[in-house]
Design a protein around this ligand. Structure first.
Ligand code: URA
Length: 216
């Protein structure tokens, strides 16, 4: 895991398997099936790093030989919250890693006139004492990510409970996100060069939603 001097709360997950799979995803020739499978695999690997600091407690269990105090994760089950729709497939990867996690959903669309995100669906588990992993493959302008954290805050989730996970990030988006929510860590597999005038990440991988679902 690499930190970045310009972005104190950004963590680039530079594990070779993650980087290798991300490069395959960037390839424009990758099939829909391959793209989706790779995203799930990367999400699982990223989830492994993101959950590294989950607090442990112990439980008394009986092994076939004796009683022991065995380590178990403390507190309530994790909540995974994909931003619709591209976040759904990342959430699937995370659920393979943590099958008992709860899953919330935040659906956002971009208002035609204001260009700002508007929510059309919010369904969340009980926030008390739970860690939330908010997922969206592309942290581009940062507006959706900021809005999604605002939504979580309005539903009683504190910034301290939230981790944001993005496959690929643009510096512009990281800056906007940190300006609004400086204490929420961002975990990403790639910090790319910049946004183009259409707010696509360069070099990026194109439209993640379209490539995941085979739409255009
Ligand atoms: N959303 C995408 O799917 N791709 C980008 O490059 C930017 C936003």
């Amino acid at each position: 895991m690499r930190t970045h001097s310009d972005f104190p709360n950004l963590f680039v997950l530079d594990h070779p398997l993650i980087q290798h799979k991300l490069s395959h995803m960037r390839d424009r020739q990758r099939s829909t099936m391959g793209f989706r499978q790779l995203l799930k695999e990367i999400a699982l690997l990223m989830g492994y790093e993101i959950t590294r600091d989950l607090p442990l407690t112990t439980e008394t269990i009986e092994t076939p030989l004796c009683t022991m105090e065995a380590p178990v994760i403390e507190g309530k089950k994790l909540a995974i919250v994909p931003i619709l729709r591209a976040g759904l497939i990342m959430a699937e990867g995370l659920l393979e890693l943590v099958p008992a996690a709860r899953e919330g959903h935040i659906g956002l669309y971009r208002d035609h006139d204001t260009k700002m995100p508007v929510e059309y669906l919010v369904k969340l588990p009980d926030p008390t004492g739970r860690r939330f992993i908010l997922v969206d493959p592309m942290l581009a302008t940062g507006n959706s990510a900021v809005h999604a954290v605002d939504v979580l805050n309005r539903h009683g989730v504190l910034d301290a409970q939230i981790r944001f996970m993005a496959l690929v990030s643009a510096p512009e988006g990281v800056r906007t996100f940190h300006a609004a929510h400086p204490t929420v860590p961002v975990f990403t597999a790639g910090l790319d060069s910049h946004l183009n005038p259409n707010a696509y990440i360069v070099p990026g991988l194109g439209d993640a939603g379209d490539r995941l679902f085979g739409t255009k």
